[in-house]
Every structure is written in structure tokens, then in C-alpha cells.
Design a binder for this molecule. Structure first.
Ligand SMILES: [Zn+2]
Length: 298
């Protein structure tokens, strides 16, 4: 099937996109995500059929979710939208549509989108990082998502901040129960906390304040960039990616693309390493495009 449908199943909103054989967008719809699992299945099946009828085509179907399907049980786990947890989303929707449906983690879909026809389209070893309200990542090698045996590959946000400075110890507590997780240092709320202290969660004003010379904002951005550089240096020591693509709200911070590669060199175990850190090409559409690309080219 040359036509591909991608669905980005979010906690409150879901988006469906039909890609043509050349990867161009044909149709796009956005709907509220129901709270009830059976309603989710009904809405998604109805959307797929409506999009196909409108375009006059039949398409493959891929879904990106904020969680993963456990290889042990075949059921969704770790999804923020609780309606999905404990259900076999791929099999259930596949049953309603009468065809195989593929499901993947939304950060993995982001990385796949950018590796397929986005900012890392020429690269074979791609690390895609989403830094927004949370922090997640995906690995794509040779055009395929590396999910890992337990489908946790790329769980970047819940690995610890490397090479902590003395004033970073003790490391922060994370909601997941561990201490020092990168999400608590790199995500938007963490940057807001760094600049404006406890209770601050919105980092959107910080770049303009830094540009205007506010010392706290300048310092917060510098500390944040150094922490991101350390984190990506560890990834580079393990994976040595061709390209690192940033997504999520904080990928709009223009200074990261110069500062982070420069800072990474201090930490990487190589004297010739030239990190390539680029901004995503498809923006908020990468999740839904990556879901469509779960059915690969050719
Ligand atoms: Zn954590």
C-alpha cells in the first residue's frame, strides 16, 4: 500500500494524517481523545474509514502513543492517557479495521519521522530527543526504530544527569521514584525552575529575558545547555550517532545548536568528535508523520 495513515494519539487530542506515496500530506484531521477505551477504538476506526473514503484510497495504519506495548504481555503500559493502559491497542484496532495496525512510542515516531524525510534524512544512525514538558528520545538506525528487547531503548529522560558538579549534589528527586533523572534538569519546567525557582513551570519568557541581559535568565540557559551537552555526550559515547535531532518546545532555543555541540566536546571520549545537533524539520507534525512511517518506504 503506497498510502499511509499516521495517528498521533495524545492524552487530550489526537491527530490523523494521510500521506501520499511521495510522503506529501493529503489529509489531516484533529479530534478530542475520548476517555473510554472502547470510544477511543470507535473514534479511531471511524476516522480511518472517513479519511480513506474522502481520499478514495486504502492505507496502512500506524499509531504513536505516549507509552509502549509491553513485549511480555502485548498490552499498552506507561501511557499518560490511562485509557490505553492494559489494552492490546494494535490488535483491537486491527480487528476493527480488518488489517494489521502498528503501534510505537511517540518519541520513537518523532525520531523515525526526522530520520525518514526530516532533518536527519541523510543519516543512518539518528538520536531524536524531545525536550518539552517532559523529555524522551528515540533511536533510528538504518531507517528502523531500535525498540530494544523490552521496548525501552531511548528512555533518555529517566537516566541520570552525568558528571554532576558539586553544587548539583544531591541530585533532584524525579516523579518516577529515582533521583537525578534528566527530565528533571532538561525539560521546560526544569529550565523555569532553574531561572525563577520553586513553583515556576513556564520557560517561554526566558530566551527574551536572557537576550535583554537579565542575569538569572542568562545563567539558567547556560546551565541548561551544559546539562544537555553532558547528557548527549553520554549518548554519543554509547551510540556515536551521525545526527542528534531536537524536538519539543525547547528545540526552538536557537543557541542550543551552537552551544551544545561546543560543550559536548569537553565530555566526549574522543579528540576528533564533531557532534551534529540539529533542529527538527517537521515540528509538531513529526509524531504523526513518524506513525505513518511505521510502514516503511518501499
Ligand atoms: Zn525519572
Amino acid at each position: 500500500m503506497a498510502y499511509r495513515i499516521g495517528i498521533d494519539l495524545g492524552g487530550t487530542k489526537s491527530e490523523i494524517l494521510l500521506l501520499g506515496p511521495d510522503g506529501a500530506e493529503v489529509l489531516r484531521r484533529r479530534v478530542p481523545t475520548p476517555k473510554d477505551y472502547d470510544e477511543v477504538l470507535g473514534v479511531l476506526a471511524g476516522l480511518v474509514r472517513a479519511v480513506e473514503a474522502e481520499a478514495g484510497v486504502t492505507a496502512s495504519v500506524g499509531i504513536g502513543i505516549p507509552g509502549t506495548i509491553s513485549p511480555a504481555t502485548g498490552l499498552v503500559k506507561n501511557a499518560n492517557s490511562n485509557a490505553l493502559n492494559g489494552h492490546a491497542l494494535d490488535a483491537d484496532l486491527g480487528g476493527r479495521l480488518g488489517r494489521e495496525v502498528r503501534v510505537a512510542n511517540d518519541a520513537n515516531c518523532f525520531a523515525l519521522s526526522e530520520a525518514t524525510d526530516g532533518a536527519a534524512a541523510e543519516a543512518s544512525n539518528v538520536f531524536g530527543v524531545i525536550v518539552g514538558t517532559g523529555c524522551g528520545a528515540g533511536i533510528v538506525i538504518g531507517g528502523k526504530i531500535v525498540e530494544g528487547r523490552h521496548r525501552i531503548a531511548g528512555e533518555f529522560g529517566h537516566t541520570p544527569l552525568p558528571w554532576p558538579t558539586l553544587d548539583e549534589i544531591p541530585l533532584r528527586d524525579c516523579w518516577c521514584g529515582q533521583r537525578g533523572c534528566l527530565e528533571t534538569y532538561l525539560a521546560g519546567p526544569a529550565l523555569a525552575f532553574e531561572c525563577d525557582g520553586a513553583g515556576a513551570r513556564d520557560a517561554s519568557s526566558i530566551p527574551a529575558r536572557a537576550a535583554a541581559g537579565e542575569a538569572a535568565a542568562v545563567r539558567a540557559l547556560a546551565v541548561h545547555a551544559d546539562r544537555l551537552a553532558r547528557a548527549l555526550a553520554v549518548i554519543s559515547n554509547v551510540l556515536d550517532p551521525d545526527v542528534i535531532v531536537l524536538g519539543g518546545g525547547l528545540s526552538n532555543l536557537a543557541h542550543l545548536y551552537e552551544e551544545v555541540p561546543r560543550l559536548m566536546k569537553r565530555y566526549i571520549f574522543s579528540d576528533t568528535f564533531a557532534p551534529v545537533v540539529v533542529k527538527n524539520k517537521h515540528g509538531d507534525s513529526s509524531g504523526v508523520r513518524g506513525a505513518a512511517w511505521l510502514w516503511p518506504v518501499g
